[in-house]
Ligand binder design. Sequence first.
Ligand SMILES: C[S@@+](CC[C@H](N)C(=O)[O-])C[C@H]1O[C@@H](n2cnc3c(N)ncnc32)[C@H](O)[C@@H]1O
Length: 412
Amino acid sequence: VDWDVPYVVSRSLSLEVARTGRLAGTTSLSRRPAHLDPEGVPVLLAFAAGSTPRDAFERLQEEWEIESEGFEELVHRLLEENFLLPAGTGIDSALAPAENFGSIHSHLYMLRDVVRVMSYREAIRNHAPGRTVAEVGCGTGVLSLFAARAGARKVIAIEESRIAEVAAAMIEANGCSGLVELRIANSRDVELDEPVDLIIHEILGTDPFEEGLLPVLQDVRERLLKPGGRLLPYRLEVCCVAIELEERSGSDRARMLAEARELERLSGLYGVELGPVREAVAKHEPRVQRTRFTVDKPLFDRKVLSEETRILDLDLQKGDLELAGQLAPVPLRISRPGILGGVALFFRAHLDETIQLTNSPFARATTWGWDVRTFSQLLPVAAGDEVSLAVEVETTFRRQMLQIDVAPPRKP
Ligand SMILES: C[S@@+](CC[C@H](N)C(=O)[O-])C[C@H]1O[C@@H](n2cnc3c(N)ncnc32)[C@H](O)[C@@H]1O
């Protein structure tokens, strides 16, 4: 630890109390949350407005009994975890381990998705020429390179994970070092001399919010985008279709419910009323199944029971992005009879007014696959029925996840 270098708390730090009662925090999608011991809290607070370790230590000493050795060790850990950064640089002092987006695997997969990459390339060619551009989450740098090639005046490529090392090599290999400036940091820790005309982002998950899209965009559009500037994509629709889940192929819960229905027959055989067991199964784990799976196949093979239903339509550029908790219920109109077991969730990202990118089950398959959510109950439905969907946005460490279930029927 250098005692005279000013450090500051990362703006991307999010802390939560874990179920174990311990405090945990992370600054990045690609870093596992790390524990913070209680004595770390006042130390962190001492750096909140920016401070050298020497000044922070002196201030802490006024109120706490604190040893310089223990303090130094704590500061070292806070730096290692990127909870603290050198002030004013926004530079990631310690790159996260090669996990999640820090690993090349996910990027290889994304780069091979021609639908995704070419849609972005076309939209970037429409909007980058003559503009100053920033990209949030440049990964291997491919979209930033498109912007440079399309004639952007300047491109700032921001990437928080270790994949930034590959982006640096890509920028160099493509002869764009003079035009593309790589900033290795979380976007929250990046400051620009001047806001830009265009912000490109592809931090869309299969659940579109799971990579922290909304809080990230809210921050960058406020701080890094010129008034009247453009976000690419600028609009996001979140949609779903109702799907049938075969009784035995669904989730554990769906299977359990199907098995419990057999108890009706067994009540007769055993001569014992088994209704309470069935009811107990129905009450068990009443929440929607959290496990999400993507279907990495070229064809969507589930029986679809509804037309496309829109859950959200977000104006990323000007709209309210502070989504949290329970949202308004969404009516889902059934168009084919079957056993309603869940929904396939997908998005339609409007890269601009003419180019859209979607992982709809009815469109060409993309790297996102399909996100199939299994409801907490199976529901026989007929064409023309309307069911109500309960939609909730859950947030942990600024990552969000949509929870969708059939809403319980309203009491008269
Ligand atoms: C889905 S990948 C897309 C990569 C690249 N733009 C492409 O299209 O191939 C998203 C990338 O954004 C990075 N990322 C996500 N949120 C970020 C943030 N707030 N600041 C910096 N990087 C971020 C991730 O580490 C990841 O590499």
